[in-house]
Each structure stands twice: as C-alpha cells, then as structure tokens.
Ligand binder design. Structure first.
Ligand code: FAD
Length: 174
C-alpha cells in the first residue's frame, strides 16, 4: 500500500488527505494546531461555534460543494441571497451581479482600501485605474482589506471637519 504524509489540516490538506485515502493510499495528516480546519476552523464561545474568520461559499464553488456532498454534509448548506450595495449622496446602488459591477460609473466613487500581494488583485486595480490607500504586501480578505483603510479615511475626514481653521483660532493668515 502506498503511503503519504500531508502537512497541514486546513481545507487544502484535508481535501488532499481525503482524495489520497479514497485512492487507497495510507495517509498520515500532520496538524500543528489543536484543531483541524486552518483558517476555516471555528472556536467555542459559551457553547456557540464561531468562525475564526468569516467565510461564505458561492454556488459556483463547485469543488467545495461537491466535496461537502461527498462527505454527506451537503444537506447542511443553506443558500441565502446576499444583498450588497453602496451608498453615495443619499442613493443606494445595487452592487452584486456582474452587470451591476460593470455599469458605467459604478466604481467611480469607490475607494480601493488596500492592494493585496496577490498578483490578480494588483492587475485588477491597475485595470480599474484605482490607486489603493494601503500597499503593505498583506493578503487580506475582502472585508478585512476594506476595514484596514477605515482609520485612514476617518483621519482624512477629521482633518477636514475637526481641525480648527486659522479664523477659529483668531490667527491672521499671512
Ligand atoms: C478573513 C478571511 C476571510 C476569508 N473568507 C473566505 C471566504 O469567504 N470564502 C473562501 O472560500 N475562502 C475564504 N478565505 C480563504 C480561506 O480561509 C483559505 O483559502 C483556506 O483556509 C486555505 O486553506 P489551506 O488549507 O491552504 O490553508 P490554512 O487554512 O491556512 O491551513 C493551513 C494549516 O496548516 C497548519 N500548518 C502550518 N504549518 C504546519 C506545519 N509545519 N506542521 C503542521 N501543520 C502546519 C496550520 O496550523 C493550518 O491548520 C478567507 C480567509 C481569511 C483570512
């Protein structure tokens, strides 16, 4: 019997181990953490399982959906329609379907929070002509990437709205 060692019990390692085992290979899975699941693992908060990071699965994630069905977990998937929009000058613009994203001007008011170290993200921003606020070689998820830039936006807004003018300080401008 062939033998294999898989290092890491995150989604990739678990899938690799599962496929190998299905092929008749004797697999040893090594995981450094106390729990399996890697970034997609969960932890207990007063009896409720909470994800370590937030995750969603789209209907088009065929491999993952097939894997879950193969493991007999498909019935646990719940498909809910997601609603996403952005709000500019009193108007809510839908921002979910490819057509909505491609609508002329849809991204005109969008600010790129950060630029990921991922080449795909860099190419996308270049194509969109967006200059990111942060470029720190981080690999963040969509939401955490956006949140990382929020303090900077708050700072910019405060500089405009909260810093006293020369007139308010009673100083003369020369
Ligand atoms: C904030 C955030 C949001 C995300 N949202 C989504 C989402 O919505 N949808 C989606 O599909 N993906 C999402 N992802 C990405 C997803 O979590 C990762 O793609 C996925 O976890 C990668 O799996 P992996 O097995 O390659 O690595 P990991 O999940 O990082 O697992 C690696 C495992 O290897 C173990 N390990 C490392 N070194 C060793 C060693 N030397 N010996 C033994 N064990 C070791 C680690 O302890 C860990 O358990 C998100 C990620 C983040 C951070």
């Amino acid at each position: 019997m062939k033998r294999a060692v898989v290092i890491g019990g995150g989604p990739a390692g678990l899938k690799a181990a599962h496929v190998l085992q299905r092929e008749g290979v004797s697999v040893t899975l090594l995981e450094a953490d106390q729990v399996l699941g890697g970034l997609a693992s969960s932890f207990d908060v007063q009896g409720t399982r909470i994800e370590r990071y937030y995750h969603f699965i789209c209907r088009g994630d065929d491999d993952l959906v097939e894997t879950l069905h193969g493991l007999g977990l498909g019935h646990k998937l719940r498909w809910v329609s997601s609603r996403m929009a952005y709000f500019v000058d009193g108007t809510l613009y839908p921002f979910l379907t490819p057509l909505e994203l491609l609508r002329p001007g849809a991204l005109a008011n969008a600010v790129a929070g950060h630029r990921s170290a991922e080449p795909g993200h860099q190419a996308l921003l270049e194509r969109l002509g967006k200059r990111p606020l942060l470029e720190l070689d981080m690999r963040l998820g969509e939401a955490s990437g956006a949140l990382a830039a929020v303090p900077l936006l708050r700072l910019a807004a405060a500089a405009v709205t909260e810093v006293a003018t020369f007139a308010e300080w009673g100083l003369e401008r020369r």
